[in-house]
Write a protein that binds this ligand. Structure first.
Ligand code: FES
Length: 68
């Protein structure tokens, strides 16, 4: 699904960016040679990064308490 409508990148692309070394939201945007425009996607990108790194919903549980 599309995560960022301003730049047209998807959740798969965000996960791939994390796999390639992007460790936070800023690094993900840098990977796409983009900067947040409207900002509506930033929290979703952050959650996807956390999830891909094994945080929320990952094998280590949810450190922020947003997910079970
Ligand atoms: S939806 Fe990503 S910056 Fe607007």
């Amino acid at each position: 699904m599309y995560v960022c409508l301003c730049h047209g990148f998807t959740d798969r692309q965000v996960r791939a960016a994390v796999t390639e070394g992007a460790g936070n939201t800023t690094a993900v945007f840098r990977q796409f040679a983009a900067k947040p425009r409207c900002g509506k996607c930033v929290s979703t990108v952050r959650e996807l990064v956390d999830e891909a790194k094994g945080g929320c919903g990952g094998p280590g549980g949810c450190p922020c308490g947003k997910r079970g």
